[in-house]
Design a protein around this ligand. Structure first.
Ligand SMILES: [Zn+2]
Length: 241
């Protein structure tokens, strides 16, 4: 695959080890245009960057070399990783985002993303559960790449995880309350197993985490309340891990 190099100064000077690369974090740019997005990610004053950017037409830009820490994740956590910049590769997808007119991702853009992810997964032995969105690792601050991002399609192509239940079967359990205390506990345990970092005691943090989970795995209803459908999805996902 063709990769266009356009290096950004916004990264740590020191090289990291190959073994520290464990996670792929997917973002959207959330800006008006592709040009504006690239300019920001390579401008020294912005202090932000990502390793890759993929245009609407599927062109792949390499902005920071994999071996350097790019500045894309901010305060974040996933599984045992507490600062994702150190342990991840960041990929930005050009999309105006929720602020400027959130639209579906383009087919060519997603094909390029899958190709790039496959290459990275193989090279750094990245585990399936560690293909995440920015919202998954920073649910208090972020909602990108958003509910239009095709996680299921990626998983079908062996990038990321998905559950086995039929959507029509699951749908019947949407908005059904979880009444059994044991199941509530199980759901929380499963969220943790999947990789989410949260505290049940911090109510708003917990609600935002449920939002992130739903945005990723149950985009039809993002309401911060875990119902029977969420429970079954998490249970199925956790079983595979
Ligand atoms: Zn982001």
């Amino acid at each position: 695959m063709k990769i266009i190099k356009n290096f950004s100064p916004n990264c740590d000077r020191k090289k990291r080890t190959i073994n520290s690369i464990k996670v792929i974090v997917i973002h959207y740019t959330g800006m008006q245009s592709e040009r504006e997005s690239i300019e920001r990610l390579v401008s020294p004053s912005s202090k932000v960057s990502s390793h890759y950017l993929i245009s609407r037409k599927g062109r792949v830009f390499n902005l920071v070399q994999d071996r350097f820490v790019a500045w894309h994740a901010g305060k974040s956590c996933w599984g045992k990783h507490k600062n994702l910049n150190e342990n991840s590769i960041g990929i930005e997808l050009v999309n105006k985002g929720h602020k400027f007119g959130y639209t579906s991702f383009k087919k060519k853009q997603i094909s390029s993303l899958i190709m790039l992810c496959k290459k990275l997964i193989k090279k750094y032995k990245i585990s399936k559960k560690n293909i995440v969105g920015h919202s998954d690792i920073a649910p208090l601050r972020k909602i990108d790449p958003g509910e239009k991002f095709p996680w299921k399609y990626l998983a079908k192509n062996k990038v990321g995880i998905w559950y086995d239940h039929e959507p029509n079967f699951l749908k019947k359990y949407r908005r059904t309350k979880i009444l059994i205390k044991k199941d509530k506990k199980k759901f929380i345990k499963n969220l943790d197993k999947i990789g989410y970092c949260f505290s049940v005691k911090n109510k708003s943090f917990f609600v935002k985490t449920i939002n992130a989970f739903q945005r990723h795995f149950r985009k039809e209803l993002i309401n911060g309340i875990f119902d029977q459908e969420c429970f079954m999805i998490a249970q199925n996902l956790a079983k595979k891990l």
